[in-house]
Design a protein around this ligand. Structure first.
Ligand SMILES: [Zn+2]
Length: 694
């Protein structure tokens, strides 16, 4: 099938937090590379995305923060949008699912399926929190795991032993919102009978899309093999797209019903020709997503599109696996993540470096690991010393040996090495292009860097600097000047080619190269790649610009410390007031449990800031018969000089623990206010150091 136009969608990020490098590596960087390449190919392509702003987690976050769901999504939509812009993700539109056009589009979609009689209406009993007056998703019911006795297992899974659970299996279930015991309550919902589409899906995917990536194809196959069931496409909630039926008050569309329709709504917002991209058979629709979204994009959404009947189906869903950080899974609750907004503050102007590292190390076939050391190595020894170095040498030598102008190519002295380089330039175009078309972005990027590596080899072999006469009285011979000219002519043409080939991956770097070459954007058209007559003979070029700076050890150390201090914050200061939300109580204990704590009053004798940790203070505390060192995460709440002489309550029999290389011999007690402010606990009147607390 020859396609007339391409529509690329990137997974809608969920607007209850900022985006991190795992999102970028899995979805947005590869999608952007693909789109920029197709644009350079002059193909008719649209690239759509937007924030996913509905669903239970947003309402719960709003409830906990005491704000409205709209305030939550407004905040994160702005942050996410800004991160994408800073990273050069070139969406044609970045919309949001709280927009009116989306509400209408999704409601119409639902209504069409309803009118066609494709839903099943069922009444079931679901858990309800009478205190918070809301139905509870399984995730918001906690209780004791029947398998391992973990007291904080979720209604869908125990994170301690990994067992899959249903809320009915939990012992002493309680609501995570209010601590109330959930009750069962009848409710009515509309179910989409996926089993009716099973045979069709099998034929479409298992037979029809064997070219899909192994991880995607395999996951689809296992879903289809285990059999599909009806899924509720509505929920009881006040936040979301109202179910467009009479008598359906208090019900909204399931977030995974409405979110993928967001791609359609965003296209509508973008262009009056939206229907060409969604309804004409010669459109190539591609969904870029992470592996956790495969079932929604390969099974549920295609079944919805098929049921609706008016829309094209995806041609491919090149989902990636996950990117871990420093050997551990990304965890937003533990703050084990590298956030894009933070990165851009710490490395201004280095968006291409991150794009490079995330593509070179992309989790295309399996989970991969991001480490700061690898980030530094790839910048310093690939981008700077191979690509950047080749361009810089070419420019410096061209200014020195060829008067800053593009020298002639002398056919009479062309040798095998020159021919070899020309061939390499010509063949790279096809190699890189084909790999991008096959969604093999790592390999494609490797080819580009490899071409610059070949440029270095060529120059090293030619050694144009040795052809110059160093004797001032004696000019460089005509023959030698020809050799110099040929070498630099080809190196300059190679640089022009590198600009075209690197553009989809590192657009900002391509722009810098255009400035150095004094050429217009049009040169980056893909049809120009592979040619060796991109820069005209005699054309004068600008001085070189530094493409990639070195990244120092110190910067890397700071990032690692930052990452680890995020963990310390979660593990060490939160438990003081409990890592719990107001209103959520811990399970009951007996007196003996309490009596195991050895709490004593101490007096602070000395206090200093812990280096490279914004939140930590190191305290020296007099406990009467001994003095202890305690590290506490209160530096944002107390000045070090104000701490001296204060009395504090210390847990003295807590196992010692190292923080930032300092052994903390206990913990001081604080109360955490609802706004996150920490306040020390102290005796109402001064007591002698070492007094026990009970
Ligand atoms: Zn368990």
């Amino acid at each position: 099938m020859t396609y007339k136009r391409i529509l690329v969608t990137a997974a809608l990020p969920y607007a209850n937090g900022p985006v991190h490098i795992g999102h970028m590596a899995g979805v947005y960087v590869p999608a952007d590379i693909y789109v920029r390449y197709q644009r350079a190919q002059k193909r008719d392509i649209k690239f759509v995305c937007g924030s996913d702003e509905h669903g239970v987690p947003i309402t719960i976050r709003a409830m906990k923060e005491g704000v409205t769901p709209q305030q939550i999504v407004d905040k994160y939509h702005a942050i996410i949008k800004d991160s994408f812009e800073q990273m050069g993700i070139s969406f044609d539109i970045y919309s949001r699912t709280s927009n009116k056009v989306h509400h209408e589009t999704a409601a119409d979609f639902f209504k069409k399926l309803y009118d066609d009689g494709l839903f099943e209406e069922k009444e079931t009993e679901q858990y309800y929190d009478e205190k918070a007056k809301t139905f509870l998703a399984d995730r918001y019911i906690v209780g004791t795991c029947p398998v391992c006795a973990n007291p904080n297992a979720y209604g869908d899974q125990c994170e301690k032993c990994g067992s899959s659970l249903s809320p009915d299996q939990l012992i002493n279930p309680r609501s995570a919102l209010s601590d109330a015991v959930p009750v069962k309550k009848k409710t009515r919902h509309w179910y989409f009978p996926l089993q009716n589409y099973e045979a069709w899906l099998k034929e479409w995917i298992i037979e029809g899309h064997k070219e899909w990536k192994n991880n995607v194809y395999g996951q689809c196959k296992s879903w289809l093999d285990s059999g599909l069931q009806s899924r509720a496409m509505t929920r009881d909630s006040s936040w979301g797209i109202k179910v467009p039926l009479p008598g359906a008050e208090g019900k909204v569309l399931y977030v995974w019903f409405d979110a993928p329709i967001g791609y359609i709504s965003a296209t509508k917002e973008l262009t009056g020709q939206w229907a060409d991209y969604w309804c004409k058979k010669d459109t190539k629709l591609i969904h870029f997503i992470g592996k956790d979204n495969i079932v929604f994009h390969c099974i549920i959404f295609p079944a919805m599109l098929k049921a609706h009947g008016n829309f094209v189906l995806p041609d491919n869903v090149p989902a990636n696996e996950f990117l871990n950080i420093e050997g551990e899974k990304v965890s937003t609750s533990r703050n084990w993540a590298v956030w894009i907004d933070q990165y851009m503050k710490d490395f201004p102007g280095c968006e291409d470096v991150l794009r490079y590292v995330l593509c070179a190390n992309a989790p295309e076939t399996k989970d991969n690991d991001f480490t700061w050391k690898d980030f530094q190595d790839r910048n310093n020894s690939e981008l700077a010393s191979i690509f950047g170095n080749f361009v810089n040498r070419t420019w410096v030598l061209m200014h020195k040996l060829c008067a800053g102008k593009v020298p002639k190519l002398h056919d009479d002295v062309l040798d095998d090495d020159d021919q070899w380089l020309v061939k390499e330039i010509e063949s790279s175009k096809l190699k890189v292009g084909n790999l991008i078309e096959e969604y093999k972005f790592r390999d494609a990027l490797y080819e580009v860097i490899d071409l610059s590596r070949k440029g270095n080899q060529y120059m090293q072999k030619k050694e144009p600097w040795k052809k110059v006469s160093n004797d001032k009285a004696q000019a460089t011979t005509g023959e030698n000047q020809k050799l110099i000219d040929n070498c630099l002519h080809l190196c300059l043409q190679l640089t022009a080619n590198l600009a075209i080939l690197i553009n989809p991956f590192l657009p900002n770097t391509a722009k810098k190269l255009l400035v150095m070459m004094k050429v217009v954007d049009k040169m980056l058209d893909w049809e120009n790649a592979g040619k060796i007559k991109l820069l005209s003979v005699g054309y004068s070029l600008r001085p070189p610009e530094l493409l990639f700076r070195k990244i120092e050890d110190e910067e890397i150390k700071n990032q690692i410390d930052k990452l680890k201090s995020g963990l310390i914050k979660m593990e060490e200061t939160k438990p003081a007031a409990g890592d719990q939300q107001p209103g959520t109580r811990k399970p009951e204990i007996i007196y003996d449990d309490f009596a195991r704590l050895d709490l004593r009053v101490g007096t602070v004798k000395a206090c200093e800031k812990v280096e490279k940790a914004d939140k930590l203070l190191k305290l020296t505390i007099d406990l009467g018969n001994e003095t202890r060192t305690i590290v506490s995460g209160i530096a944002l709440h107390y000045k070090k000089e104000d701490m001296i002489g204060k009395q504090v309550v210390v847990v003295v029999n807590l196992a010692p623990r190292k923080m930032k290389g300092i052994e903390s011999q206990g913990m001081i007690l604080t109360a955490e206010d609802t706004d996150g402010k920490l306040r020390l606990l102290k005796p109402e009147e001064a007591v002698s150091p070492g007094s026990s607390v009970s």
